[in-house]
Design a binder for this molecule. Sequence first.
Ligand code: HEC
Length: 406
Amino acid sequence: MVQIIFWDWIEFAVRWIHVITAIAWIGSSFYFIALDLGLRHSPTLPEGVKGEEWQVHGGGFYNIRKFTIAPPDLPKKLVWFKWESYATWISGFALLAIVYYGGAELLLIDASVLDISVTSAILLSIFSLALGWFLYNIICKINIGKNDTRLMLMLFLMLVGFSWAYCHMFSGRAAFLHLGALTATIMSANVFFIIIPNQKIVVADLMAGRSPDPKYGVIAKQRSTHNNYLTLPVIFMMISNHYPLAFGAQYNWVIAGLVFLMGVSIRHYFNQKHAFNLKPIWAWLVTAFLFVSVILLSVLRPPPANIDDELSLNNNHGSALELAKYEELADTIISRCAMCHAREPLWDGLAEAPGGLFLETKYDIARNAKQIYVNAGISNYMPPNNISYMEPSERNLIVEWFENYY
Ligand code: HEC
């Protein structure tokens, strides 16, 4: 079982990297948006300077100026902000592959949503991410120079479309994650294909003493504004994995749509505040209204899943049935875990199975073998505080079962 432990640590390491690089990316993005909006012009500034801001941090004062026309002596060394974004995407895709492609049968596919093979599910996942960028880029291009509101509306409809499609293709949990991944792919691709190349053209022009076509700046600015509005929903989608109330609802795709709107209303408040010192309280009222709607929608549950062992064990999971034939083990797990990990938990204070994880039938047990092994076999993380008095011999049984059959 060295392999399982190895992969678990690899997954942890990649997740660690992903969270760190994402913090760096989002941090610099928020910083520059606020800085840009906070720049103030004054007549004493040299020509070509759009504005400046004074900041205090870490025991010193910073005077930052934004040049829209190249200063006479543009230094050779320019700091570019791009690796944060690329590293976030690369580590994110690696994590998606380890968790959802590696564990496709358990996490990506939900036969009650769409019964597809592991290969089709993985291909659909990769294809959809590429399609998202392709459509987004086209929508932006045909709208360039036109009404910005119309563009935002079209992009919103596109995201809702993907949200519907994902929720009818993958498990709820994977659907939300994919929506986050699709949006984050758009954001990274904006940096890679549009923002940085445009900036390079502008810098080259400035260095050569030519005046750059302002359209490059306009396009880059538009894309970076989209990135700004998309950040908050992406983070919601990425952490939604811990909240089955969000991804497991019947209208989970509507919830996802409302989350995108919340991202816009929250950012709007801060953007107005940084730019004009306004405090549009109504933006928070809208956010609160959207959030309450999300909560109300989350209690509309899908019709109960078919938990009849024989019926749910379709051909896809035939081999899993064999593994679940360990009667004693099944009895142990059901008696120690199912009071909480059930479709209708008996444990006081639990509205839903923690982590959306059910351990009520042999089928559930076969599907979640690795989770059981890691959380209750080789570690005693579960049951929490050993609340249901699991015996050491029962843990040994889990370890023996898993190591023999998987
Ligand atoms: C008293 C209720 C309770 C019992 C009994 C219980 N669990 Fe849990 N389980 C939880 C809670 C609460 C969490 C969420 C913990 C967290 O988020 O840190 C959880 C989380 C988990 C997770 C992680 C799910 C995820 O992906 O987020 C696994 C796996 C798990 N339990 C397995 C088991 C197994 C196996 C048993 C029986 C041996 C068991 N649990 C018994 C309450 C329980």
